[in-house]
Design a protein around this ligand. Structure first.
Ligand SMILES: NC(=O)C1=CN([C@@H]2O[C@H](COP(=O)(O)OP(=O)(O)OC[C@H]3O[C@@H](n4cnc5c(N)ncnc54)[C@H](O)[C@@H]3O)[C@@H](O)[C@H]2O)[C@@H](O)CC1
Ligand SMILES: Nc1ncnc2c1ncn2[C@@H]1O[C@H](COP(=O)(O)OP(=O)(O)O)[C@@H](O)[C@H]1O
Ligand SMILES: [K+]
Length: 448
């Protein structure tokens, strides 16, 4: 399901601060709620396509947005009903309910459904999981199209708690900014298509969704070395290193060396035995080194990692090379690419959402961390974060991580700083996978 590109993501606290700043600069919370409700009504009107709509309103301001949306829908001639879970608990929500002015049904067991349900029960203010009886009642509406206001109700907006909503949404209208729940599993999978309604909030955030992948063509005066040279160090599983070296070239570097392998999947890759590793590391033209793909923990790995660190080159460290390098990284320019298992081994004991943990890992290691998975997070030590949801599920196949490591090296060798390189590599990887689609195997990512 698509998600807005390069959009700000705010936690519940940051959202409340942005809302307060907005109020302080003269835009009242009532105005924000009016805009939110109008934006929801606009999306709902298109989704309903002339059919009746049922708005479920909770006690807080999420419910307030629901009452406003109901008023706007009625004004546009939609047959709209409203059902409330409880009396409004905030002054804003009370005012929104008064302005609605129409009947309000009780959200009970005998509530008649409608083709489109607007879920305005809870937003960023949810403080505990949904009660079982309410969840069961809502599940009775699950066969209907659902538009969630801000987040599907029952989801914890910051993505720390794995609470499940009773109703998965077809469309979620994120208000003011995206929330971590829109980009982190398990919540993200229940949001459907996420659309952003800006509503006039200044949402500045160093936490953003992934930008669109832009493929720059080489300058007219480019030569193979100016496009970047990267070195992949092979371990015992040569195929993995071969995929990484192929990705170096396919992702846009001009020169790839595969050290420690007698052959490579592409003839354009310089494959040579391991004896030249130190010599290659000393080459001034070398822009990046990859170690880890197909290279389990061993003394040989530790030696190679130590040599690569000593060379001062920008590094891409994958799999067992991450744990091997961590104690000795000391601020060296590096991208670490752990999947969940490797992350847990490299960074035990971290708490919070996947975003919080990726941020802590980057800050602790001083390296850029690509915490892989269906909801990949890229984190820089300075706090910049990019969230890659939704990726491409066809990437869930062996060897695609090796390709990603090679793509990171390509972007580094081309001259990007580590965070930009990691973000570009992740978006290259996903856009390539989407273009291939069903049946993808890792080799396809590095074919012409
Ligand atoms: N942040 C913003 O800039 C804006 C926010 N707005 C809306 O306001 C929402 C946040 O509103 P609130 O802070 O009032 O919070 P919510 O409306 O999300 O929910 C809070 C209310 O639900 C109750 N509650 C929490 N968890 C519960 C549970 N498990 N079972 C039963 N009751 C529970 C609380 O006691 C409180 O009454 C946003 O999600 C958004 O929809 C909009 O009105 C416009 C602007
Ligand atoms: N369900 C999924 N949706 C999107 N991307 C996924 C999914 N599962 C895995 N990926 C991506 O596929 C790659 C797998 O990497 P990894 O687990 O290291 O595999 P390998 O070691 O076999 O190369 C990562 O980039 C990861 O983010
Ligand atoms: K909601």
């Amino acid at each position: 399901m698509p998600s807005p590109v390069d959009a700000p993501i705010l936690t519940a606290d940051a959202m409340r601060a942005a809302e307060a700043a907005c109020a302080a600069s003269g835009t009242s919370l009532a105005t924000l709620m009016e805009r939110a409700g109008a934006a929801v009504a606009d999306f709902a009107w298109r989704m309903a396509a002339g059919n009746p709509v049922l708005v479920l309103c909770g006690p807080g301001n999420n419910g307030g947005d629901g009452y406003v949306a109901a008023r706007w829908l009625a004004r546009r001639g939609v047959h709209v009903r409203v059902a409330a879970l409880a009396e409004p608990a905030s002054e804003l929500a009370r005012a929104a309910r008064r302005a609605w002015g129409g009947p309000v049904e009780v959200l009970g067991d005998d509530l008649a459904p409608a083709p489109l349900v607007i879920d305005a029960l809870f937003g960023v203010g949810l403080s505990r999981p949904l009660r079982k009886d309410l969840a069961a009642r809502l599940r009775g509406l699950a066969k209907r199209r659902v538009l969630a206001v801000d987040v599907p109700s029952g989801v914890e907006a910051d993505g720390v708690q794995p609470w499940a909503p009773a109703l998965s949404a077809d469309v979620t209208v994120a208000l003011g900014a995206l929330k971590p729940a829109h980009v982190l599993l398990p919540a993200a999978a229940t949001c459907g298509k996420v659309v952003l309604a800006p509503i006039g909030i200044e949402a500045q955030s160093s936490l953003r969704t992934l930008p669109r992948y832009e493929c720059d063509s080489p300058g007219a005066a480019a030569h193979k070395f100016s496009r970047g040279m990267a070195l992949v160090r092979a371990g015992p599983m040569r195929g993995a290193a071969g995929l990484a070296a192929s990705a170096v070239l396919r992702a846009g570097a001009g020169y790839a060396i595969l050290s420690g392998a007698s052959g490579a999947p592409l003839s354009a890759i310089i494959a040579e035995d391991g004896d030249h590793f130190a010599e290659r590391l000393a080459d001034e033209r070398l822009g990046a080194v990859v170690i880890g793909p197909g290279y389990p923990a061993s003394d040989a790995l530790d030696r190679d990692v130590a040599a690569a660190l000593k060379s001062g080159r920008a590094l891409v460290l994958d799999a067992a090379a991450i744990v091997s390098a961590l104690p000795r990284l000391g601020g060296a320019p590096a991208i670490l690419t752990p999947h969940a298992g490797e992350f847990a081994r490299a960074f035990p004991g971290l708490e919070g959402s996947k975003i919080d943990r990726a941020r802590a890992a980057a800050s602790k290691s001083g390296a850029v961390v690509i915490y892989k998975g269906a909801d990949t997070i890229v984190a820089a030590p300075d706090g910049r974060i990019a969230a890659a949801w939704p990726g491409c599920p066809w990437l869930a196949t062996a060897g695609t991580g090796d390709v990603l490591a090679g793509a990171c090296a390509a972007m580094l060798a081309r001259g990007d700083e580590a965070f930009d390189a990691a973000v570009a590599a992740v978006s290259w990887h996903i856009s390539r996978a989407r273009a291939i689609g069903p049946g993808l195997v890792a080799d396809d990512l590095v074919r012409a």
